[in-house]
Design a protein around this ligand. Structure first.
Ligand SMILES: Cc1cc2nc3c(=O)[nH]c(=O)nc-3n(C[C@H](O)[C@H](O)[C@H](O)COP(=O)(O)O)c2cc1C
Length: 332
């Protein structure tokens, strides 16, 4: 069994975190990962207050183990944070902004603060702010990408800067070999988005899951193309929308092919436009393939849709075998 300071801190069995994956992170997914001994993480950033309360209660009815809620600081999260802390959420993870005004409040509620960073300088700043765990997100990550350094170079630099604060590696990890590598680089745990997107419990649309499974490691792009709703760098599959924009000579916003065209309809009847930032989930109807299909380079390592508990067990088992194999290369 792989144990680290991070797994000890949270009382989890294995240092594996299911990354928040927008609306695809369901209560079922979060609870199944936590129940399997990892740490499930709900995306809270864009939920209405009542929906967030209900999702947290749903998770708590499914598992007694620790889980987290992720809040993006590109938006005001004071109300959502209060909802989390009132409900007794044990871990709060922040992304895309400065968490310093919230750290004391989270600690006063007895919860742990995680912060996503993208450089050693970022790491030093957040250690000084009092965060408990750093999530170092490499450039190969799926979804919105904060930094520009690849995981392999980022993790050791952040570990050196973090002192005794545990560092969790995010980006490019799709199987136990990646987890073993992250641990060898000094990380105390791993954080996977794309792998858990292709799980039974994820709400990602089946066409989206199929596209992730079909993708190889070269199938994604780091871009700002899907800017409807939130204009920030992200990594997506190079789908028909991306290819058409490339073929048109990569024109600027306002002159792109099919600008403002409605491609799909959400379950609530609202329109989804070609360059919208929404993650397609089950219930959406229309041309799902052409929407923003966030995924990391790790998609090349994801070949099937598995139960999320199985993903946790397989990762831990493969990582242990990979580490033993690496050790066996030593002579007497
Ligand atoms: C569909 C999707 C949605 C994401 N949404 C969030 C989010 O809401 N908050 C966040 O902190 N990170 C989000 N991320 C980024 C992940 O936290 C993580 O950094 C990334 O998935 C790691 O790379 P990987 O996909 O190769 O595992 C998202 C990633 C994906 C693929």
């Amino acid at each position: 069994m792989i144990r680290t300071t991070f797994s000890e801190l949270l009382g989890i069995d294995v240092p594996i975190v299911q990354a928040p994956i927008g609306a695809a992170s369901t209560a079922q997914l979060v609870a199944a990962v936590s129940d399997a001994g990892g740490l499930g993480m709900l995306s809270g950033s864009w939920r209405e207050p009542d929906e967030l309360r209900a999702l947290i209660a749903d998770i708590q009815s499914r598992t007694e183990r620790a889980f987290g809620v992720n809040l993006g600081l590109a938006w005001d999260q004071a109300e959502r944070l209060a909802i989390c802390l009132d409900a007794g959420v044990p871990v709060v993870s922040f992304f895309w902004g400065d968490p310093s005004t919230f750290v004391e409040e989270v600690h006063a509620a007895g919860a742990v603060v995680m912060q996503t960073i993208g450089s050693a300088e970022d790491a030093r700043r957040q250690v000084a702010n009092g965060v408990d765990v750093l999530v170092a997100q490499g450039w190969e990550a799926g979804g919105h990408v904060w930094g520009e350094v690849a995981t392999m170079a980022l993790i050791p630099a952040v570990v050196d800067a973090a002192g005794s604060v545990p560092v969790i590696a995010a980006g490019g990890i799709g199987d136990g070999r990646g987890m073993a590598a992250a641990l060898a680089l000094g990380a105390q745990g791993v954080w996977l988005g794309t792998r858990f997107l292709a799980s039974i419990e994820s709400a990602a649309h089946h066409v989206y899951k199929g596209a992730v499974i079909a993708a190889d490691e070269a199938a994604t792009a780091y871009t700002t193309l899907f800017d409807g709703g939130w204009a920030a760098p992200h990594r997506v599959l190079r789908n028909s929308t991306y290819r058409a924009w490339e073929a048109a000579g990569r024109p600027a916003q306002g002159r792109r092919p099919g600008e403002d065209e409605q491609l799909a309809t959400n379950a609530d009847g609202s329109a989804v436009r070609r360059y919208d930032d929404a993650k397609p989930v089950e219930g959406i109807s229309g041309d799902v393939e052409a929407l923003s299909l966030y995924a990391g380079q790790s998609a090349g390592l994801v070949h099937d849709v598995r139960p999320s508990a199985q993903i946790v067990f397989d990762l831990a088992d493969e990582a242990e075998r990979a580490l033993r194999r690496a050790l066996s290369t030593f002579g007497e």
